[in-house]
Design a protein around this ligand. Structure first.
Ligand SMILES: Nc1ncnc2c1ncn2[C@@H]1O[C@H](COP(=O)(O)OP(=O)(O)OP(=O)(O)O)[C@@H](O)[C@H]1O
Ligand SMILES: [Mg+2]
Length: 266
């Protein structure tokens, strides 16, 4: 396995938010984590990227326990595009994309030809070269998102981990970014794991989905296995219709309404 999590339990102080989550990501897969707000998706990514300690469970990166792996070794395998990212005000886009190389470098302050080539390639692949000399703080939310993806690609990871990469993007840029990830998987043997709220994009781009619900895995498998009306009722409290879109040959979810709950809350 590229990435494996076994029995992950995690909490914020005494509030346990992950209750024994298992997850496998094989090389070359594009796995989507879906689930309602506050259900533990970002927390799971923090555990998988070694940012958050667990109460129980282990994370293995290419078969090695991640605890104890030096940061630089992790950075040579895994790149992360976080959900919201603090951007230092005086950094240019060039600086930010260069940071992608920093974690991998042997001589921290010396850029090698391989570093330069990776940076240039990331600019081209993400089509962000026109932002190069702009300040990152002066880009729009969507432009900034693309630059953060360029930074991750410059790192030349084996696995790319993305938390809602399309959240700030318009429909065209959503296609561009997810299409790019899929192309890198096909051509460069990349593996990807992303959290995504858009169920139709998840169904269309991911080879496998994991549906989280209240800190446990409610369903996992192909989009067909996971995106059932019943699962969507349980996980999101909505009624829906799930059909196959013939043009895309992918499932298409249409949410109909919120489920009526037998409580006084509205
Ligand atoms: N830093 C924190 N301190 C305390 N509680 C937190 C913290 N971060 C998240 N939580 C809580 O942990 C639970 C899971 O949060 P998490 O961010 O993992 O959810 P999520 O599935 O990513 O949600 P969203 O779809 O809104 O991004 C939530 O109840 C949240 O309030
Ligand atoms: Mg989140």
């Amino acid at each position: 396995m590229m990435l494996r999590a076994i029995g992950i339990r995690a909490s914020y102080r005494d509030n346990v938010v992950l209750h024994g989550v298992d997850l496998d990501v094989a090389p070359g897969e594009f796995v989507g984590i879906i689930g309602s707000n506050g259900t533990g998706k970002t927390t799971l990514l923090k555990v998988l990227t070694g940012v958050k300690p667990t109460l129980d469970g282990t994370v293995e990166l290419e078969g090695r326990n991640m605890r104890g792996l030096p940061r630089r070794e992790i950075a040579a395998i895994m790149a992360v595009v976080p959900q919201s990212s603090f951007v230092p005000p005086l950094f240019t886009v060039e600086d930010v994309v260069s940071i992608g190389r920093y974690a991998r470098r042997e001589h921290r302050f010396q850029e090698s030809p391989a570093d330069r080539a990776a940076i240039e390639k990331a600019f081209v692949l993400t089509d962000t070269v026109r932002f190069r000399d702009r300040l990152i703080s002066e880009l729009s939310g969507g432009e900034r998102q693309e630059v953060l993806i360029a930074r991750a690609i410059a790192q030349e990871p084996k696995i790319l981990i993305l938390d809602e990469p399309t959240a700030n993007l318009d429909v065209r840029h959503q296609m561009k970014i997810l299409g790019l990830v899929r192309r890198l998987i096909g051509e460069k043997g990349l593996t990807a794991l992303m959290v995504i709220h858009d169920l139709n994009l998840a169904a269309r781009f991911c080879s496998r989905l994991v549906l989280l619900h209240e800190g446990t895995v409610l369903a996992k498998g192909t989009p067909e296995d996971v995106l059932t009306k019943q699962n969507l009722e349980l996980a999101y409290g909505v009624t829906s219709s799930v059909e196959r879109n013939a043009v895309l040959d992918a499932l298409q979810v249409t949410v109909i309404d919120c489920l009526q709950k037998n409580t006084k809350e509205s």
